[in-house]
Design a protein around this ligand. Structure first.
Ligand SMILES: NC(=O)c1ccc[n+]([C@@H]2O[C@H](COP(=O)([O-])OP(=O)(O)OC[C@H]3O[C@@H](n4cnc5c(N)ncnc54)[C@H](OP(=O)(O)O)[C@@H]3O)[C@@H](O)[C@H]2O)c1
Length: 387
């Protein structure tokens, strides 16, 4: 295989590194395309260009590897590569989640393969497992920690009392955070991954904006003390669950008991728990961010192209058209200062606490009410899901 690689940042360099150390793959790098040709690089200048057509129009290149941090530019690159009959490997969850239907059509029309294992939970081989291992078993739910940076931040805030700002900076310096970290901390990155996995698990295509999502930016020391007193960790949990003919899917900061398997998933590690009818509960665990872990997932896709692998998306053709549903009841902790949430939005409030440092209510609320609630926007009000 001759590879044309877009991007030489965290993941591009990680891929270069793992390719150099893996002697089983018959793949050669023809060229890298990057954005800024004047930046100093660790490799020979002749290997770089800023002209995308040098890769896309090069007939010697049969595989385009897309590892850039601009989803719109990435979609144009991937579209043109596939229309030119090239196979593509990408780690760009935003691009894939936002253009899934068009990408499916481009694969069908051009009879090429698009593989993107690195886009979901980096080193965890979740997509190929959903495609192959869970091919015949009836999936009932998938849930887990899908974002390495937020898990790193929450681990350090809860276990080491680190400040949010300092630990976000550390996650960025270590290459775990997205170029735009709001995608991580607002839960949007995890939502893109959930969107992709819902298609491979249940055949459900959904617009990422439809998935109810809350981030971790409003978590404060009051919430952390509540977690510590009650033997909880706080984790950003993405979840998709089959309920009748519907899928209940959310990304929410969640109190998980310290004894639970997800609470043991710390720092930049990710985890996925899969439930299915016959194999029952299974747990996948691995590094969810970083240069070499993500590079290794990309390498595994390149290797799979070597034996003609493509996703067959079997669930989509087999399932009975699941739809997303919002009318589910959820148990939440709502912490606030002066302005409280609207009590009539709750099905039931089961606990109320009031103290000098803050107040909280614990209660049951319908998801739809929650989605529409204006009080969610109160700056010093925070919501965390409870088990
Ligand atoms: N970092 C992780 O842990 C991780 C994990 C899983 C998935 N991902 C995904 O992998 C992708 C890359 O992430 P990253 O962390 O490696 O980003 P990054 O370190 O910011 O690097 C981005 C690279 O893309 C290049 N680039 C940007 N726009 C371009 C364009 N229009 N044409 C050509 N090159 C362009 C940049 O060029 P210059 O070098 O000239 O600036 C840079 O080399 C993203 O989609 C991200 O979501 C990242």
């Amino acid at each position: 295989m001759k590879l044309g690689i877009f991007g030489f940042g965290v993941v591009g360099q990680g891929l270069y590194h793992v390719l150099q150390q893996s002697n089983s793959i018959q793949a050669e790098i023809e060229k890298f395309c990057i954005k800024d040709i004047t930046k100093p690089r660790s490799l020979d200048k002749a290997l770089f260009t800023d002209d995308k057509n040098e890769l896309l129009h090069n007939d010697k290149i049969d595989v385009i590897v897309e590892l850039i941090d601009d989803a719109e530019a990435a979609f144009e690159i991937v579209k043109e590569a596939m229309n030119r009959g090239k196979h593509v490997v990408s780690a760009n969850k935003k691009m894939i989640a936002e253009h899934l239907e068009e990408l499916l059509e481009l694969q069908r029309k051009n009879k090429v393969s698009l593989l993107y294992e690195g886009s979901c939970c980096a080193s965890i081989p979740i997509i190929r497992n959903l495609e192959e291992y869970y091919d015949n078993d009836l999936m009932t739910s998938l849930e887990g920690i899908f974002n390495g940076s937020t898990n790193f931040i929450l681990t350090k805030m809860i276990n080491e009392s680190a400040s949010y700002e300092n630990v976000l900076k550390e996650a960025q310096d270590l290459g775990f955070a997205e170029s735009d970290p709001t995608l991580d901390v607002e839960g949007i990155d995890a939502r893109y991954k959930l969107c992709i996995l819902l298609y491979h698990a249940f055949g459900l295509i959904t617009n990422p904006d439809e998935l109810f999502t809350l981030g971790i930016t409003k978590i404060n020391t009051f919430d952390i003390e509540f977690a510590q007193k009650n033997n909880y960790e706080i984790k950003l949990i993405a979840r998709g669950k089959k309920v009748g003919d519907f899928i209940d899917a959310t990304v929410l900061p969640t109190f998980v008991h310290q004894s639970s398997i997800l609470a043991q998933t710390k720092n930049e590690y990710n985890a996925v728990i899969l439930e299915s009818a016959f194999s029952e509960s299974q747990f996948l665990y691995g590094k969810g961010a970083g240069d070499k872990p993500t590079g290794s997932a990309v390498l595994s896709d390149i290797s799979a192209l070597g034996y003609g692998y493509r996703y067959e998306y079997k669930k989509a053709s087999r399932t009975n058209n699941f739809a997303l549903h919002e009318d589910f009841e959820m148990k939440v902790y709502v912490r606030f200062k002066d302005q409280h949430p609207n009590e009539s939005d709750f099905i039931e409030v089961v606990e109320k606490y009031s103290g000098p440092d803050g107040n909280y209510w614990i209660g049951y609320v319908s998801r739809q009410k929650m989605k529409d609630a204006k009080w969610l926007e109160i700056p010093d009000l925070n919501v965390i899901a409870l088990g």
